[in-house]
Design a protein around this ligand. Structure first.
Ligand code: AMP
Ligand code: GLY
Length: 428
């Protein structure tokens, strides 16, 4: 790669701010465009936003601006086939094809794939009618897990602990059309007990695997894992629950079979792959889900710890050379706390002024990544559900946690909500 490289990042969340920020730090990179970006990417050195989301327009932009490569942050463009389209035009892009992205875009596809390739996961049944799903529920014990088949921004899953909420959720999916076409099928699966972790790797077309640092998300809205599932309310890295033995097991029993299984049907998986794990008391991991992208908010603490050049890693990924690169992580813990708006996840309120970020911008070992923010003039407004992710770093995890929460005390916007226990589950 020469210098004067221009990189395009697709998306507008905290994940994309963290990816763009890290890519922009590469001495090889001249400029990073984020489409459409947010109030944070609008204010970061060497980064600017472009207000495009349509795939054909993005292809035109990439050609006109001689973009070296494009990185796809979120699942929706992957599921829509952005990688296939860019490749048809000879453009370099990092992410899986539409076929491979079905591992995330259809839970029924993912479960069938796992069953076929002996990937450890919960037992399940798929239904395409509410009536049959409700009949099946009658014969099952609780808790039980119900998942809308398609993409639902982390909100299409219910871990039902009583029968009436299970019935209501099935009715919401089939009769009230709560998830639109994402709810044309449901997966009902066995409840797995244990500790969750996020296991993210880079995979290239030659089947090379480069593992990212381990992490743990906090999916529920409220402290002590209460309240509804969200896209994620905070994450830390590393996650010591992912021992060397579990790491080896996941590569062998979960990641490698994805590569081999896709190859067997004529597809090669390339891009980030995220296995959501449930680690049981027997210290074995099962797969809760696959995401075909980096996690949000896991990206924010993980990128905060990455010491290698992300641009170089992704370029190696695109070129099929992941076996030629090494990845280096800081020895610090990173704890990221999400600040969300009132009403998140169902009906987030918007357009409140965010203040206080200037007071923390120079604190060592604190980084703030934006998600649902927009910049108008010099004023920053809330513009979504998850607003900011504040990351604290320290070699001692309690200090990392304290740094994040001390910084948060300086930030205000109307209706701000966040969990006060991110990182408290960290087991050392
Ligand atoms: P998913 O999008 O499939 O990862 O589900 C979202 C969240 O629901 C997971 O992060 C878990 O907290 C929970 N979950 C999903 N499947 C199960 C399961 N089989 N057993 C227990 N909890 C689950
Ligand atoms: N944090 C979970 C996800 O990115 O899906």
């Amino acid at each position: 790669m020469t210098t004067n490289n221009k990189i395009l990042v697709i998306g507008n969340g905290g994940r994309e701010h963290a990816l763009a920020w890290k890519i922009a730090k590469s001495p090889k990179v001249d400029h990073v465009y984020v489409a459409p970006g947010n109030g944070g990417t609008a204010q970061t050195d060497k980064i600017s936003n472009i207000s495009l989301t349509d795939i054909a327009e993005l292809i035109k932009f990439a050609k006109d601006h001689h973009i070296s490569f494009t990185v796809v942050g979120p699942e929706a463009p992957l599921a829509a086939g952005i990688v296939d389209e860019f490749r048809k035009h000879g453009l370099k892009i990092w992410g899986p094809t539409k076929f491979c992205a079905q591992l995330e875009s259809s839970k029924a596809f993912a479960k069938e794939f796992m069953l076929k390739h002996n990937i450890p996961t919960a037992n399940y049944v798929v239904f395409d009618s509410g009536h049959e799903a409700l009949e099946y529920l009658k014969s099952q014990s609780l808790p039980i897990v119900i998942k809308a088949d398609g993409l639902a921004a982390g909100k299409g899953v219910l871990v039902a602990t009583n029968i009436s909420e299970a019935i209501n959720f099935i009715n919401d999916i089939f009769s009230n059309n709560k998830f639109g076409s994402a709810g044309s099928k449901v997966v009902i699966e066995e409840f797995l007990d244990g500790t969750e972790a996020s296991f993210i790797v880079m995979i290239d077309n030659n089947g090379n695997i480069l593992p990212m640092a381990s992490s743990q998300d906090h999916k529920r809205l409220l402290n002590q894992d209460m309240g509804p599932n969200t896209g994620g309310m905070g994450a830390y890295s590393p996650a010591p629950i992912v021992s060397d033995a579990i790491h080896q097991q996941v590569i062998k029993e979960i990641i490698q079979p994805v590569i081999d299984g896709m190859r067997n049907v004529g597809h090669s998986y390339s891009g980030f792959l995220y296995a959501g794990l449930m680690i049981g008391k027997n210290n074995k991991a099962k797969t809760l889900e696959f995401n075909c992208r980096f996690g949000d908010p896991e990206t924010q603490p993980i990128m905060s710890r990455l010491e290698s050049d992300l641009c170089q890693l992704i370029e190696a990924g695109i070129d099929g050379d992941l076996d030629q690169v090494q990845v280096k992580w800081s020895g610090q813990f990173a704890i990221g706390v999400v600040l969300a708006s009132e009403g998140y996840p169902d009906a987030p309120r918007k357009n409140d002024i965010i203040s206080g970020l200037d007071k923390i911008k120079n604190i060592t070992d604190v980084k703030v990544f934006h998600a649902g923010t927009k910049l108008e003039g010099n004023t920053l407004y809330t513009d979504g559900g998850r607003i900011l992710c504040v990351v604290g770093l320290d070699k001692d995890f309690r200090q990392a946690q304290k740094k994040a929460y001390d910084a948060i005390k300086q930030i205000t916007f109307n209706g701000m909500q966040y969990r006060t226990d991110i990182g408290s589950r960290l087991i050392l």
